[in-house]
Design a protein around this ligand. Structure first.
Ligand code: NAD
Ligand code: UD1
Length: 338
């Protein structure tokens, strides 16, 4: 199966490409390298023995997409490309709506013109806003509290309308919980530019000596130990979720929505402890005020994906922390420039 992978050089996209190749699929990557490095391609080849086709360009460039689709002969698209930093989205809403919403619309126009009817979209648990309870099922109400989250929600709504008007299309919205971890080889992982916004990359940069200590955002939430609880999912489990979607519902006409999470919640301090154990180093931390916009607890009910996609997360918290540490300690400053 040949599949166009937008954003395939990024964190989740690159791991998904490796899993696809291992499963005998052929990813064709489109990426503008805004938040990734070309050296990722060499790592994919090192791990799989295959160097996937790579087209450097922007999904908002219709002529570029038309030429890629004319050449690539794909039957489905996995759409990872987009911007993802919540804080930055408040500062630069135009860029977020342009990349995430406009970019998706250009992509779907190009797909329709090329006769490609299957799209799998990277959505986020952020579309559940502040959920009334946990675990979260797919029919919970949706809302957004920042431009990033609103861009994901807008894309979900646009795609829902588009699928209704074009019932031959297969659109799958995958709502990721908190992706963490790395390929177990230590060759591929998360490589955030600048100061990490997310917990796991921050912890691993403290462990490797790039940062002095972790600020724990709040210890007075109504949770197991007062710190925020999230559903951390290994990036390879998440990648496998895309393969399962492609195999089961992702090419069947209709609108399909799935949570991709483990169904388990871990607190910030539990993650710090797990990481310290795996890495064998103390992770220094200080309690800091709550981060605006954060919620106390968030974890998935993954039953629908299990039933319909025959998929469930199998990797443990120890796998997530051990693999992250292997990547971070072997590549303390991330991917090389080339
Ligand atoms: P990432 O930044 O590592 O990867 C995104 C890739 O898309 C990058 O390689 C970037 O260069 C590329 N890109 C961005 N805009 C582009 C454009 N206009 N044209 C072509 N390429 C473009 O991010 P990621 O963590 O791999 O996330 C992938 C997707 O999953 C994103 O849509 C993100 O919003 C979504 N998501 C991520 C998380 C997470 O925690 N990482 C959680 C929920 C949802
Ligand atoms: C964040 C985004 C969410 C996005 C997701 C994946 C916010 C409000 N939400 O989710 O929209 O989909 O990333 O990119 O930004 N923490 C610390 N110290 C840190 C970093 C985080 O204590 O330095 C805590 C947070 O308060 C939270 C937990 O760790 O309790 C996880 O945080 P993070 O990794 O940023 O993910 P989310 O906030 O769940």
């Amino acid at each position: 199966m040949r599949v166009l992978v937008t954003g395939g050089m990024g964190y989740i996209g690159s791991h998904t490409c490796v899993q696809m190749i291992e499963a005998g699929m052929t990813p064709v990557i489109v990426d503008n390298l805004y938040n990734s490095k070309k050296s990722v391609l060499g790592r994919i080849e090192k791990l799989t023995g295959v160097s996937p086709a790579f087209y450097e360009g922007d999904i908002r460039d219709r002529a570029f997409l038309d030429s890629v689709l004319a050449e690539a002969n794909v039957e489905a698209v996995i759409h990872f490309a987009g911007l993802k930093a919540v804080g930055e989205s408040v500062e630069k809403p135009l860029e977020y709506y342009d990349n995430n919403v406009h970019g998706t619309l250009v992509l779907v126009e190009a797909m329709r013109a090329a006769g490609v009817n299957s799209l799998i979209f990277s959505s986020s648990a952020t579309v559940y806003g502040d959920p009334a309870s946990v675990p979260i099922t797919e029919d919970f109400p949706t809302s957004a509290t920042n431009p990033y989250g609103r861009s994901k929600l807008m894309v979900e709504e646009c795609l829902t309308d588009i699928q209704k008007a074009h019932p031959e299309m297969s659109i799958t919205l995958l709502r990721y919980f908190n992706p963490v971890g790395s390929h177990p080889s230590g060759e591929m992982g998360e490589d955030p530019q600048g100061i990490p916004n997310n917990l796991m990359p921050f912890i691993s940069q403290v462990a490797v000596g790039r940062r002095e200590y972790l600020s724990v955002f709040g210890d007075d939430y109504p949770t197991v130990d007062g710190t925020g609880v999230r559903d951390y999912i290994h990036v390879l489990d998440l990648a496998d979720g895309h393969l399962a979607a492609l195999t089961h519902k992702g090419r069947e006409a209709g609108l399909h929505i799935y949570n991709l999470g483990t169904g388990n919640g871990f607190s910030v301090l539990q993650m710090v402890e797990a990481f310290s154990q795996s890495a064998g180093v103390e992770v220094a931390y200080q309690i800091a005020p709550r981060r605006p916009g954060d919620i106390a607890e968030c974890w998935a009910d993954p039953a629908k994906a299990k039933a319909e996609l025959k998929w469930e997360a199998t990797r443990t918290i120890e796998d997530m922390t051990t693999d992250t540490w292997r990547w971070q300690s072997a590549n303390p400053t991330g991917y090389p420039e080339l």
